[in-house]
Design a protein around this ligand. Structure first.
Ligand code: NAI
Length: 449
């Protein structure tokens, strides 16, 4: 699963050769470790208005080195472009071009983050110029992210009507996007739909006191999620099929949690999960639907078994478990659900009609479940991974794999850890005002991004 090419071109002769031949030059991404500074270097906040001023005050309170004007040739850790007051496309010009002039000073693994308002709300209110300005930010950010180099990323925060630049989840999203937790998130938007949510007392343990269930936790991305939630302070229940029992026990031991051998497609899976969490740990706060299978075949050759099993595990089981959760009195205190989707469910993938139907289904389910959970102060979101270095992708033939892993703005595959970080963020109270959405962890995959 190692990416030898990235190691080769990151130093010495390999780096010179790649430069001369114009080959991709992926760099090692700055990934989060507890205790690490949020951002390395000063943060430049561009944009006038109350939202920008209030944000600058909030960042100063985090002890960040905040600049309201660029200092020539000073290396910057991040540029935040506050565009929340843009009401005509012309309004973008000044802040965007001023920020552009500082891009050359952005450090390796730096961050550019836009903060803007929801174009859909302006469209619903029949305000064409406002909608144009807001939707313009979408195109601008996605293009800008493709221009950044050396591990730097560009992402955006969209504020719905009820949210401000300093609402808890706007600040929570900002912390996530500034930090090494978002290393493989690029060219994406997080929509803050309300003023709900709460920043943690200890930024390195945002899940302290929570009990979290992770399905498909015996290996791969699920095992990484279990480890990450544990690192962030949660007590973890690791769920997987009985056949994976040994690996499951090892992961559960590793995270000082408990193992539950369970096929999630069983009718009583939801109740078994609730009973286990409550009996062993006294509560249930977070459920991560990660377990998933692939049974690829062109649709012309697809048999019923392949279709049925993928739909059963990847989406029907999640729907049934959620029904049990929503009906349970034990899942009522700011409950959080995060489901693993896939970029295949967005862009499509040859040979994966069954899988893409299930993963598209996950995203539809998440959108429709958000209002149901909101009644209890809860949230639900999906994370859609792109090319992730796992046992599954290690089996792809070399040439195909090499092309697939370079086809994104960061020119490398992501790690299970990257998916786990996004899930941990969305499972935290800091993301409580973000619900019903999909966050891609794909390095801005050039397909369907
Ligand atoms: P994996 O195959 O390594 O792990 C999946 C785990 O789920 C296994 O431990 C398996 O035993 C468990 N599982 C399968 N059916 C189950 C059932 N009925 N009940 C309980 N557990 C069950 O897969 P990987 O790569 O870690 O993927 C995890 C999730 O991420 C899946 O939902 C997958 O579709 C998704 N994904 C993975 C990508 C990648 O590049 N690896 C890309 C996009 C999405």
């Amino acid at each position: 699963m190692s990416d030898k090419y990235t190691q080769f071109v990151s130093r010495g002769l390999g780096r010179d050769l790649a430069r001369k031949l114009g080959l991709p030059q992926p760099v090692e991404l700055r990934r989060y470790r507890p205790g690490q500074p949020l951002v390395e270097g000063p943060v430049l906040i561009q944009g006038a208005g109350t939202g920008a001023d209030e944000l600058a005050a909030a960042l100063l309170a985090w002890n960040l080195d905040v600049r309201r004007h660029a200092v020539p040739r000073e290396k910057l850790g991040a540029i935040i472009l506050v565009l929340d007051e843009a009401s005509r496309p012309e309004d973008l010009e000044k802040p965007v071009l001023t920020a552009g002039a500082s891009l050359r000073d952005l450090a390796a693994n730096g961050r550019v983050i836009t903060i803007s308002r929801d174009a859909a709300e302006a469209a619903e209110a029949a305000m064409p110029a406002v909608a144009a300005a807001r939707q313009g930010v979408d195109g601008l950010l996605r293009s800008l992210a493709k221009e950044l180099r050396a591990g730097a990323t560009g992402n955006g925060i969209i504020l719905a009507d009820g949210a401000q630049t300093t609402s808890p989840s706007a600040l929570g999203a900002l912390r996530f996007l500034l930090s090494g937790r978002s290393a493989f998130v690029d060219g994406q938007f997080l929509t803050v739909s309300s003023a709900a949510g709460q920043l943690p007392e200890d930024a390195d343990r945002p899940l302290a006191g929570k009990v979290a269930v992770v399905t498909g936790a015996a290996r791969g991305i699920g095992a990484a999620i279990a480890r990450t939630l544990h690192r962030d302070g949660a007590t973890v229940v690791a769920v997987d099929i009985p056949a994976a029992g040994d690996h499951l026990a090892a992961v559960a031991n590793d995270v000082h949690g408990t193992a539950l051998q369970l096929d999630i497609s069983r009718d009583d899976a939801g109740q078994r999960i609730i009973d286990h969490a409550v009996e062993r740990h006294g509560r249930l706060d977070i459920v991560i639907h990660n377990a998933g299978i692939t049974r690829d075949k062109l649709l012309a050759n697809m048999d019923q078994g392949r279709w049925t099993s993928v739909i059963a595990v990847n989406i029907a089981a999640q729907l049934r478990i959620n029904e049990a959760l929503l009906a349970s009195e034990h899942f009522r205190n700011t409950p959080r659900i995060v489901s693993v989707a896939s970029t295949s469910g967005i862009a499509g993938n040859r040979g994966q009609t069954n899988y893409a139907a299930s993963k598209g289904g996950v995203m539809g389910m998440v959108r429709a479940t958000a209002p149901l959970l909101a009644a209890h102060g809860g949230s639900i979101n999906a994370v859609a991974p792109g090319f992730i270095e796992t046992e599954m992708t290690a089996r792809i033939p070399f040439a195909t794999r090499e092309v697939a892993r370079r086809l994104n703005s960061l020119q490398q595959g992501g790690r299970p850890q990257d998916v786990a970080e996004a899930i941990a963020f969305l499972a935290s109270d800091a993301a409580g005002g973000i619900s019903g959405g999909v966050l891609r962890v794909c390095g801005q995959n050039l397909v369907g991004a």
